[in-house]
Design a protein around this ligand. Structure first.
Ligand code: GDP
Ligand code: MN
Length: 391
């Protein structure tokens, strides 16, 4: 899960990391009010879940109220890498003497966390890393010992951090490391860490990613996760507690995301997406989403899932693929009846139903609906594509 810069800074501040005084604003008037509160010069910064905001024009300095208004007008509503800026962070500007990079992230290849330090921080760090990798120092952290004080000192000197900043940078790394472990982060990054013209060291940016699988033990952070979602369908899925991912038309090789897919088990659902992609390709039809109702789903979950999938205007047909193990086909059948009864479904629905309590499931559907579930996966996938293509 990604969180915004201002949220990351609030977390760092709790650990004692110095951050500039700042306020979040969502309208141009709020930008001006925030600028008046933090003082001039100030900096207006887009809050979106991507890096490279500086290069995209999403970070602007303002010397007075008129400039702050101009920056607010320019940045709010701006598109940065496909994301619309809805909030900005207005901060007191800091005089920059040097920009460094500090980060801790998970190095999966080496199965441990790694501290990354560079004296060449700022908006060009990716280029620095690509062209002059020797300027970006990587220190593996042994999970048995943690980050040791001598490693920090050695890294800062080897990276060429100015003598005037070493003491503070050492303190920052310790705090960063503590925060990283406490909140189950997969990335905690300060770029730039600024040595100011008056000799202070300040975090000018904050980037934190949190391991989704650890959110259950961080209730206060989990509350930010809805904020991290931008797609209204995914927000609704999150509210309903459903494992849902919308498939982007851009990733479907020209096919339309027309078939809503619901299944039980991530593997079966992914297999279903593949099969719909394969048989749909000649017709320009592809799957619209991933939705796993999980094992043992009750009727209510099925109803919830079906409602969500058909609320997507791109969906022109729905394919429910159930292989009943711990999921009971009769429960699924009840859910389908509840949903279709409540929804007045306007698109074709193809059901593949096999496994536990299959006979009971089929009997329920036969008695109370005209749905005739398939047993064979391939035949069912071909049928939904045929119906959508014909519609
Ligand atoms: P990013 O491009 O998304 O990583 O956004 P940053 O928060 O790192 O800002 C990009 C650049 O804007 C920084 O590297 C700084 O050079 C500049 N910047 C950010 N805040 C300030 C500030 O308070 N004062 C000054 N002078 N420059 C700033
Ligand atoms: Mn940055």
């Amino acid at each position: 899960m990604k969180i915004h810069e201002y949220q990351g800074k609030q977390i760092f501040a709790r650990y004692g990391v110095p951050i500039p005084k700042g306020q979040v604003a969502a309208t141009v008037d709020e930008v001006v009010a925030a600028a008046e509160a933090v003082g001039y010069p100030c900096v207006v910064k887009a809050q979106v879940h991507v890096g490279g905001r500086g290069k995209a024009g999403g970070v602007k300095l303002a010397a007075d109220a008129a400039a702050a208004r101009g920056a607010g007008e320019a940045i709010l509503g701006m598109d940065i890498k496909g994301l619309t800026v809805q909030q900005v962070l207005v901060e007191e500007a800091i005089g920059i003497a040097a920009e460094y990079y500090l980060g801790i992230t998970l190095d999966r290849a080496n199965q441990r966390n790694v501290l990354i330090v560079s004296a060449a921080g700022g908006i060009d760090i990716e280029e620095v890393a690509a062209k002059t990798p020797e300027k970006v120092l990587r220190v593996p952290i042994d999970p048995a010992f943690g980050l040791l004080p001598h490693q920090i000192t050695a890294a800062l000197y080897a990276a060429g951090i100015d003598a005037a900043a070493i003491r503070e940078a050492t303190r920052f790394i310790k705090l960063l490391d503590q925060a990283y472990r406490d909140i189950d982060a997969s990335l905690a990054e300060i770029n730039p860490l600024v040595l100011t013209t008056d000799g202070r060291v300040v975090a000018a940016d904050a980037k934190i990613n949190i391991d989704d699988n650890a959110l259950f033990r961080h209730k206060e952070l989990a509350a930010l996760s809805e904020d991290a979602l931008t797609d209204p369908l995914e927000i609704e899925a999150h509210r309903r507690g459903l494992q849902f991912v919308r498939l982007e038309a851009a990733n479907l090789a020209g096919a339309a995301p027309a078939v809503g897919v619901i299944g039980n088990g991530a593997g079966l659902v992914m297999g279903t997406l593949d099969e719909v992609t394969r048989v749909g390709a000649p017709h320009g039809i592809g799957p619209a989403n991933f939705l796993d109702i999980g094992g043992g789903a009750r009727a209510e979950v099925v109803r919830n899932a079906l409602e969500l999938v058909v609320s997507n205007p791109d969906v022109r047909g729905v394919f429910i693929n159930i292989f009943g193990g711990i999921t009971r086909c009769d429960e699924v059948a009840k859910g389908i009846l509840e949903a279709t009864g409540a929804l007045d479904l306007q698109v074709p629905l193809v059901i593949r139903l096999t496994g536990t309590n299959e006979d009971e499931g089929r009997r329920i559907l036969a008695e109370q609906s005209s749905y005739q579930p398939y047993t064979d996966f391939g035949a069912a996938a071909a049928k939904i594509v045929e119906l959508v293509a014909a519609a």
